[in-house]
Design a protein around this ligand. Structure first.
Ligand SMILES: [Zn+2]
Length: 322
């Protein structure tokens, strides 16, 4: 787990506690002011608790009947709240997470991090590595029924079957990491076939396995590469060194003379040399890649041994067509 993100989650929980405490106090003040009978009950309950504690400390009272008496008053409060059209638990403590009461921990004897901490951590991690925060793009959520059951031209498979194969291939690749074969992948196909979704689903699966992933668009890659070219700021080195890099929409970046091709080659070459896995998505075909980036880069991305070029076939699903 990344310490910086964990720390941020802890701060977030403290903020949640503070906010909820404020809500409780505000509700209490509001109810006390508007409904004197509830104010009386609240005061009665408090003095009962304080009185008993005082008595115990002085050795005069025993706490035996306290829970029962408190429960009687609390029932009276709940009943009065409802009579005034408020929820019965309006004055109960407010928690975002009832499991851990926003402390971040569960368990009496063995203290464990609560599920809500893990969820908040995952959301922060997703944003930090370039994934959408909501985490909805997963293999589990992949909906192949968006693709038609028409046969693909020149194939025995329907569009849906073909896309299901691609989905399964990508899932297996992520599942098998770091023993996946081949090391690199290029998902190639027209817009609207869900390439970015698959890229994000792979990244989501990898971070579940604590693999360090970075997801960036080709456009941001070029921005980073350009800065590194002129300012030597080391940004490109971070991309070269990421354990797994997902480069989305290769070909959408501008072709800047002396920069795009040089730096892309630099990235691909260095990552392959360090045996680091890279997954690309692109609208370009093998031929387009050769024409745009020269043979030197194309051969790295299409050799089939280190890098599999996976063509996706089908029609754009973004028009809402089934
Ligand atoms: Zn919790």
């Amino acid at each position: 787990m990344r310490e910086d993100l964990l720390k941020a989650v802890e701060n977030e929980l403290q903020e949640v506690q503070r906010r909820n405490e404020e809500i409780s106090l505000r509700r209490r003040a509001e109810v006390s002011e508007r409904y004197p009978e509830i104010r009386t009950l609240l005061a009665e309950r408090e003095s009962l608790i304080h009185g008993t504690i005082r008595g115990i400390l002085q050795g005069k009272a025993t706490p035996e009947q306290l829970p029962e008496k408190i429960e009687d008053i609390s029932a009276g409060i709940r009943e009065a709240l409802q009579r005034h059209g408020l929820p019965a638990d309006y004055l109960a403590p407010v928690y975002d997470c009832p499991e851990c009461q926003d402390t971040g921990y569960v368990g009496q004897i063995v203290r464990e991090r609560c599920g809500c901490v893990k969820r908040r951590y995952q959301a922060r991690l997703r944003t930090a590595i370039g994934l959408p925060e909501n985490g909805r793009e997963t293999f589990e959520a992949y909906d192949e029924t968006l693709f038609s059951e028409e046969p693909l031209p020149g194939s025995r498979l329907t569009e849906r079957q073909a896309m299901e194969r691609v989905r399964n291939y990508c899932e297996k690749w992520a599942e098998n990491y770091p023993a996946q074969q081949p090391r690199d992948l290029v998902l190639s196909g027209k817009s609207g076939l869900g390439k970015t979704f698959l890229l994000h689903a792979m990244a989501a699966r990898l971070i579940m396995k604590d693999v360090q992933v970075l997801v960036i668009s080709a456009y941001s890659f070029l921005e980073t590469a350009r800065r590194s070219w002129f300012e030597q700021d080391g940004g490109l080195e971070d991309l070269i060194d990421a354990e797994v890099l997902m480069l989305d929409d290769l070909g959408s970046e501008p072709l800047m003379q002396n920069i795009t091709i040089e730096q892309l080659f630099n990235l691909v070459n260095e990552r392959q040399r360090r045996n680091r896995a890279t997954v690309f998505s692109t609208n370009l075909t093998e031929e387009d890649i050769r024409n745009r980036y020269t043979e030197r880069i194309a051969s790295r991305l299409t050799d089939g041994q280190n890098c599999l070029f996976l063509p996706l076939r089908g029609r754009d699903i973004r028009n809402g067509r089934k």
